[in-house]
Structures are given as structure tokens and as C-alpha cells.
Design a protein around this ligand. Structure first.
Ligand SMILES: Nc1ncnc2c1ncn2[C@@H]1O[C@H](COP(=O)(O)OP(=O)(O)O)[C@@H](O)[C@H]1O
Ligand SMILES: N[C@@H](CCOP(=O)(O)O)C(=O)O
Length: 321
């Protein structure tokens, strides 16, 4: 379960005395998630989420994430709002970790979202891209293409534990992606981790976007690649073009893609698959066997990557049909 840092009752009570959010009814660690520790905090006033930042989140980036969530919520998007303490601050510290309290969003995530949810996700993604314009802070993508080679090198020959010649194969595919990477597509703030577990629904209605801790400035259409990979592949590894078309149509109902963006979808989706393959590979090799959180399978993203490098063009995703 994703609770890396336990919070004891005395520390919690002292911490909450800085907020005007009612008295605690219950406080429990949340099993989902892999990056941070999250607690569901129920008080006499409302439900909240207490997040303690762990692993990949840099404390210096927190003001950007907080501004982004406040900015998007201000534009009417359903994303968590940071809750200010009595002194007006939203970022704090507990058990030696940076932390913040957020509003709780209703809804549940789906492991295998249907076509309607895919369309609604596409619409929300485009709204996020447009609504994020104008925020004052920015953040480069710490996990962008220029970071991939050093991530792979940090695992090195242990990559071959995944299969014969795996290191060489990854290097070859990585070189192919980076040498074809587009550098003149529209850029903006992207979510960069909008997997189904980070999107909440009631029925098929999208009720919330969460987990903005990989958000950064990058190619907008790269975010579509991330979503195609995490929303449109079935449990058996097959690509579902009906879902892909729905996602893309939802996106384009808000923000039209240029031909240049569309033609680059295969390489952007392959790059996204490479990024998640590499972080999963790193975690696979570096997570202690007795850790509370199980690392995710890198090979799932290897097979997704191979799909994108085998397609003949954007029609494989439902474009121009
Ligand atoms: N604001 C929120 N409202 C409702 N549930 C939330 C909220 N933030 C987090 N959660 C719950 O906590 C889980 C883990 O959160 P997440 O941000 O994905 O963690 P991590 O950053 O560790 O991946 C989510 O799957 C969701 O169940
Ligand atoms: N989505 C990433 C891992 C990050 O997990 P999250 O719970 O923060 O979305 C992956 O699947 O590799």
C-alpha cells in the first residue's frame, strides 16, 4: 500500500491544530498510488486528502503543482484544491516530509475504462491543456527524452534480466525514438501521468483529475500518447482502436490537432511507452523485495512500445477515418 511514512496520532493532532478544518472523525492510509503517501482524513467539516511527498517529487516543484491545481480549479476543472492553514500557507511538513492537505473528490477510477469514459477523458485532457495556459510558474519535464538514456544507463546490464539482449534492444529503440523526436509541435502544460487510476468517474461522467505530480511543460500531443497507452490497450495487450478514436474525438471536440501533431502521434506514443518502461524498469530493479508497494511490470510497456513502432501511421489510432 502506498504509505511510506506513518503519521502517529499525537503528530497528526498537533499538525491539524494549524488548520481550521474541523475535528478528526477518522484518518486512514490509502492503498492506491505508488509515488507518495496518501491519507483519507474525515473531519466534522468534510473529507480531505493528506499527501506526504516521497520518491520522485522534489520539494522545489511543489509551488508549481499547487498553482496548477488552483489555476485549473479556478477555471472550473474538477481537480483537488490545496487547503490553506490558518496562516495562509498550503505547503507544510509532517514526520519530516513535505506535505499538503487537499479537498476530496468524489468518484472512482476504472481499471478498464469503456469507450464513453475514453471520450470524456479526451475532452478533459484538451480542457486541461487549454485551461493551464496563463499560469505563472512552469516546470521542465524531468522525465523527458533527454533523461531516458541516463535512466537506462543507471540500470545498465541488469536490463538483460528481462530477456536476452534486452539492453541492446532498448538502446536501439531509444535511439530510433530520440532521433525522430519532433521539436516544433505546440507545447504547454501537460499532466504527464493521466492514467485511469488518476481519473475519477461517477457512472461515465468524469468527476475528477488527480495526481498532478509529474505535470510539466512539454509537447501537448505527448500527453495524448500517454493516454492512448494507458487507456486504450486491453488486458491481453491488444490495442483497442474504438477507444482510441473515442479519446481522440473527445480531445478534438475541444482542441483541434494539426496534421503535424497527428503525424507525430506514433513517435510520441512510442516515446511515452519508453518513458514508462524506463521508470518501471528502474523501480523493478531498485525496489526491495520486502517493500510495501509492488513495482509495476516494465514488460507491459515494452509490448506497447513495440506496437507503436510497428504501425504504418496515424490511421492505426483512428485518425482520418
Ligand atoms: N483529492 C482526492 N480526492 C479523492 N481521492 C484522492 C485524492 N487524491 C488522492 N486520492 C486517492 O488516493 C489514491 C492515490 O493518489 P495518487 O495521487 O494517485 O498517489 P500517488 O501520487 O502515490 O500515485 C488515488 O488512487 C485516490 O484513490
Ligand atoms: N503511472 C505510472 C506510475 C505512477 O503511478 P501513479 O499512481 O502516480 O499514477 C506507471 O504506471 O508506471
Amino acid at each position: 500500500m502506498a504509505v511510506y511514512t506513518e503519521v502517529d496520532d499525537t503528530t497528526l493532532t498537533e499538525f491539524l491544530s494549524n488548520y481550521d478544518i474541523g475535528s478528526v472523525i477518522s484518518f486512514a492510509g490509502i492503498a492506491e498510488g505508488v509515488e507518495n503517501s496518501n491519507y483519507l482524513l474525515r473531519t466534522t467539516k468534510a473529507h480531505f486528502i493528506l499527501t506526504l511527498y516521497e520518491k520522485r517529487v522534489q520539494a522545489d516543484d511543489l509551488p508549481f503543482f499547487v498553482e496548477l491545481m488552483e489555476h485549473l480549479a479556478g477555471k472550473g476543472m474538477n481537480c483537488p484544491l490545496p487547503v490553506a492553514a490558518k496562516d495562509g500557507s498550503v505547503l507544510s511538513e509532517i514526520m519530516g516530509r513535505p506535505c499538503a492537505i487537499f479537498t476530496f473528490l468524489d468518484g472512482t477510477s476504472s481499471r478498464f475504462p469503456n469507450r464513453t469514459k475514453c471520450r470524456n477523458l479526451g475532452t478533459a485532457l484538451a480542457q486541461l491543456h487549454i485551461n493551464a495556459e496563463g499560469i505563472s510558474k512552469t516546470r521542465p519535464n524531468a522525465l523527458g527524452p533527454e533523461s531516458w538514456k541516463s535512466l537506462l544507463d543507471s540500470v545498465g546490464s541488469r536490463t538483460n534480466e528481462l530477456g536476452d539482449d534486452m539492453l541492446m534492444q532498448v538502446e536501439k529503440r531509444l535511439a530510433h525514438i530520440t532521433s525522430n523526436w519532433p521539436n516544433d509541435l505546440p507545447r504547454g502544460i501537460i499532466h504527464a501521468d493521466l492514467f485511469p487510476n488518476n481519473v475519477l468517474f461517477m457512472g461515465d461522467d468524469l468527476t475528477g483529475l488527480i495526481d498532478f505530480y509529474f505535470a510539466c511543460e512539454d509537447i501537448l500531443a505527448y500527453d495524448i500518447g500517454i493516454c492512448l497507452n494507458s487507456w486504450c490497450f486491453e488486458a491481453d495487450g491488444s490495442f483497442n482502436m474504438t477507444k482510441s478514436r473515442a479519446l481522440i474525438n473527445g480531445y478534438q471536440s475541444v482542441r483541434k490537432l494539426s496534421d503535424d501533431e497527428i503525424n507525430n502521434i506514433p513517435v510520441l506514443a512510442a516515446g511515452s511507452a519508453m518513458r514508462f518502461f524506463l521508470t518501471r524498469l528502474y523501480d523493478w530493479m531498485n525496489t526491495p523485495k520486502d517493500a510495501l508497494v509492488s513495482p509495476k511490470d516494465p514488460m507491459e510497456y515494452w509490448s506497447i512500445l513495440r506496437f507503436h513502432q510497428s504501425v504504418s501511421g496515424p490511421s492505426a489510432y483512428g485518425f482520418y477515418q
